[in-house]
Design a binder for this molecule. Sequence first.
Ligand SMILES: Cc1cc2nc3c(=O)[nH]c(=O)nc-3n(C[C@H](O)[C@H](O)[C@H](O)COP(=O)(O)OP(=O)(O)OC[C@H]3O[C@@H](n4cnc5c(N)ncnc54)[C@H](O)[C@@H]3O)c2cc1C
Length: 404
Amino acid sequence: MSDFSLELNDDQITLRDWLHGFALNEMRPIAAEWDEREETPWPFIEEAARIGVYGLDFLMSNFADKTGLSTMIALEELAWGDAGLCMALMGTTLGVAAIVANGTPEQQMEWVPQCFGAPGDLKLAAFGVSEPDAGSDVSSLRTRAIYDEKTDEWVLNGTKTWITNGGIANVHVIVASVDPSLGSRGQASFIVPEGTPGLRMGQKFKKMGIRASHTAEVILEDCRVPGRCLLGGKEKLDEKLARVREGKKASSQAAMATFEATRPAVGAQALGIARAAYEYALDYAKERQQFGRAIIENQAIAFKLADMKTSIDAARLLVWRASWMAANRKPFTAGEGSMSKLFAGETAVKVTEEAIQILGGYGYVRDYPVERWHRDSKIYTIFEGTSEIQRLIIARAISGVQIR
Ligand SMILES: Cc1cc2nc3c(=O)[nH]c(=O)nc-3n(C[C@H](O)[C@H](O)[C@H](O)COP(=O)(O)OP(=O)(O)OC[C@H]3O[C@@H](n4cnc5c(N)ncnc54)[C@H](O)[C@@H]3O)c2cc1C
């Protein structure tokens, strides 16, 4: 048993400092432009791939850290640079996480590299769960997957909405119902490879924040994918469905398995935005003079900053704990993954709002980055499970009661 320590090791410090430089020099200067353009920032993703921030190696080397902290440190720095640009890199990771959580080792070997591509030949992935009538209630998905035995193909029909990289991704991972009578236990995840007829982009959404990240509907119309695109394979699916039909507990649900793994990582991004706003507001409060003194000399302002910093540090500890638990295969018995995402997301919204207050009128205009950070922060209480859903998960975990 090693001694307890919260000090980062040399590798983690090197990673943090490298990404901080990247965030400062490559992300901050272009953040406002891509927020306004509201398009996928291809040149930026290309640069990230070239230096090794976008790609399988980056993911694997961070994932190999058994403390679980490297990925969290990396994401905090990238989101500190800009959350929209960070999501433009991380959208792919949602698809990858779904493949890793549900795919066989062979499927992972085949598809994960195709999610990233390589510099000069970039690829993107997307993970499609949400539907117009099934957001928080993932059990009510209407997208159907029907097996065609004659051709060994699955035929997908339905509409997915709010999908990061939806319709522009090279690899789509789509969660669909194979037996609607079984709710979320009757669902499976499917790879839809690049160029598959029957998958197309619907509406592209105009968003409040993280606008450098593409969000759109994905329409599936008689979209046929080969049998080998069912993640986990047919045998495993048939066994699972048989167990559920017999009333036995099935292994985890397809979508839920992915979200459990990705929640601390979402929290880490929220943390990065919060820290950006806090640091900016702290500097500003020391500089800005009113009534002949720096505004930080007023307790009303200084206490805001004290609360902001305290919340940020508390959020980081929750994120790091959840990530350490996941990396060390400690089960989340009290919804620790949800706690980290809930607290970090709400902290980001509060801290960025307080930062606007500290900047006054300057906080409200686009000449300063703080209003953008506030707009960016809000998504962290909505996607990958809203704050209410995180509270539901935590409340159920701590009580054992099926709270509604
Ligand atoms: C920018 C963006 C990117 C996204 N990316 C993806 C993606 O890549 N893939 C994907 O699959 N999805 C994605 N989503 C979808 C996102 O996960 C959903 O928006 C989210 O799960 C909420 O679903 P909903 O919007 O339908 O809200 P609803 O589920 O309709 O919720 C509306 C409100 O009701 C509350 N509520 C619902 N049920 C309960 C309950 N039981 N108890 C208490 N309160 C409740 C919610 O908390 C919320 O406040 C994205 C969304 C956005 C905006």
